[in-house]
Design a protein around this ligand. Structure first.
Ligand SMILES: [Zn+2]
Length: 271
């Protein structure tokens, strides 16, 4: 599933090229997770002012309103001067005078939603609960510590919830907790300030590295069950159950937390 780094890498791949393009046509395919919310033809003639990201949403600012695009479980965007004929899994072609932005989404958990503004009811329904962005100045270690003190659930679950800080999905939560030496099952409220500071730094480092590597460390793979996902080639713990810890050689363990598999080193990561 695309996580924050992949969404940011996607944004960077076309934001400059689509900026100030004029919308010539919008063709929607099969229904996605939510409806567009406006007749597609209403967007024709508008300009794409720019592309921002909020959590795992891409925000295409238009001359009137904005398009919120979510990649869901299996979505990907491609911007090209010309696109081949749309296939059965291509569910949006945003045709502009600078190229065509295509959404390919086999599982159709993705979404393309128009909102009149970022403060509108529909946009707030999607974005309103999101925590701070980990990769800009708003991710403050003191505020992070204060927020964690109020949560008694396991730190991994608190990170995944995304309402304190966004973008720390399953892979990155496992990796950041390893880097910070924190057991994923530890109650968030029990973490000391120095440990929280280490976790804060680890989250920034893990996500910054993933974005910088531009997906090169993330290899699209299809598991034996035929499920698509991402595989972190250089992971310290993620996907490495039973293999020796790269730091201390203790076999990496896995456990189920809220139906997601968590990986950790029982020696390097203290409760
Ligand atoms: Zn270890």
């Amino acid at each position: 599933m695309p996580e924050l780094p992949e969404v940011e890498v996607t944004r960077r791949s076309f934001a400059d090229r689509i900026a100030s393009a004029r919308i010539v046509d919008l063709r929607m395919g099969k229904p996605l997770r939510w409806p567009l919310g406006v007749p597609a033809q209403d967007l024709v003639g508008q300009r794409v002012v720019g592309v921002r990201r909020r959590g795992k949403y891409l925000l295409l600012d238009l001359s009137d309103g904005l398009l919120l695009v979510h990649l869901g479980m299996s979505g990907s965007l491609n911007f090209a001067l010309h696109q081949p004929k749309a296939g059965p899994h291509d569910h949006m072609d945003l045709v502009t005078d600078r190229g065509v932005l295509r959404l390919h989404d086999p599982r159709r958990f993705g979404a393309v939603v128009w909102a009149p503004s970022e403060n509108s009811h529909i946009a707030q329904k999607l974005l309103g609960h999101l925590g701070v962005e980990p990769l800009d100045g708003g991710f403050d270690v003191d505020a992070f510590a204060l927020a964690l003190k109020k949560r008694t659930s396991a730190i991994k679950q608190v990170l995944l919830a995304g309402d304190i800080v966004v973008g720390v999905g399953n892979i990155y939560a496992s990796e950041a907790l390893f880097m910070a030496g924190i057991r994923p099952t530890t109650s968030a409220s029990r973490l000391s300030k120095p440990r929280i500071a280490r976790l804060h730094a680890a989250i920034v480092q893990v996500l910054t590295r993933a974005v910088a590597q531009g997906g090169s460390s993330l290899k699209d793979f299809v598991s034996a069950e035929g499920k698509t996902g991402y595989f972190l080639l250089e992971a310290s713990v993620y996907g490495r159950a039973g293999q020796p810890c790269r730091t201390c050689s203790t076999p990496i363990r896995s456990l189920l937390q809220g139906q997601r598999t968590t990986f950790y080193c029982p020696t390097c990561q203290k409760p």
